[in-house]
Design a protein around this ligand. Sequence first.
Ligand SMILES: CSC[C@H]1O[C@H](OP(=O)(O)O)[C@H](O)[C@@H]1O
Ligand SMILES: Nc1ncnc2[nH]cnc12
Length: 289
Amino acid sequence: MKAKIGIIGGSGLYDIDGLEGAEWVSVESPWGAPSDAILCGTLNGVDMAFLPRHGRGHVHSPSTVPYRANIDALKRLGVTDVISVSACGSFREEMAPGDFVIVSDFIDRTFAREKSFFGTGCVAHVSVAHPVCARLGDACEAAGRAAGVTVHRGGTYLAMEGPQFSSMAESKLYRDVWGCDVIGMTNMPEAKLAREAELCYASVAMITDYDSWHPDHGSVDISDIIATLGANSAAAKQTVAGLAPRLAGPREVCPCGCDRALEFAIMTAPDARDAAMLAKLDAVAGRVL
Ligand SMILES: CSC[C@H]1O[C@H](OP(=O)(O)O)[C@H](O)[C@@H]1O
Ligand SMILES: Nc1ncnc2[nH]cnc12
C-alpha cells in the first residue's frame, strides 16, 4: 500500500508550501461538513492532504471543530497517516516557546464534543492506551530536528475544553499533580477518532507559552501566542515538508497496530446493527463491517 499523509494544521497553520499539483478539494462526509476544503497534492512523490483544523480565516473554535467529519473526510481521501501540528502551552521550564514536543500521551478533559463514530446501532470499543503512533512520531521527530527546531520526544498533552485559557489553579493542578507536559484544546477527541478510523496519528505540539503557572512569565496572553506562532510558521512548514521523504515508500502494516484497531472492537451483533448507522460508517469502519 502507498502512504498518503494527512496534515491537520492548527492555529497559525492554514496552508502548506511546495505541493505539486496543489488543489483545494471539497469532501462530503455523512458526519457533516469538514472544517474546510482539503489541500491535496504531492511532495517528493508522496501524496499529501492538508486540512486547516479551524478553517481558513480561523472560523471554528476548539469546541466546534467538526472532528468526526475531518477524520472521516481524510479517510475518504485515502489518507493512511495523520499528523497534527498544534499550538500549545508548556508546563515544563525546559520545554520553551519555539520548541516542539512529539506528544506521547493525552489526558482528555474535553466535555462538549462528539467523541466517537460509534453509538446506538453499532457499538465499538477501541483501545487508546497508546494513543499515538510511534512510527509517525519517529518521522516527526527527525523532520523537526532537520528543520533546526529543538524537539522533545514524548510528553503528555492535557486537552481542555476552552475556549478560555486555564486558571492558575488549574494550570498548577495539571502540572504539579497530574504531571502533564503541555496543554491545548484540540487534540482530543481528534486522536481518539483517528484510532477508531484505523488511521495512524501523531501530534507535533508547538510551544507558544508557559500557560499560567510560571512565576517569571505571567499569564498566557493571546498576543504572545500569535507572535510565537508567526515566528514558528516557517519551521512548522519545513517540518511538514520533511515528513514526505521520511514516510515515502511502500506503507507496511503499522507495527503499533493503529491500522487494525477495529479488528475485535465492534460489540453489536451483526443482525442487531442499524443500517443507517452502518451506511455512515462506510469509510471509517468499512474494512470490518
Ligand atoms: C490560538 S491559542 C488557542 C488555540 O490554539 C490551539 O489550537 P490548535 O490546537 O488547533 O493549534 C489550542 O488548542 C487552542 O485551540
Ligand atoms: N496555554 C494554552 N492553553 C491551551 N491552549 C493553548 N494553545 C496555546 N497555548 C495554550
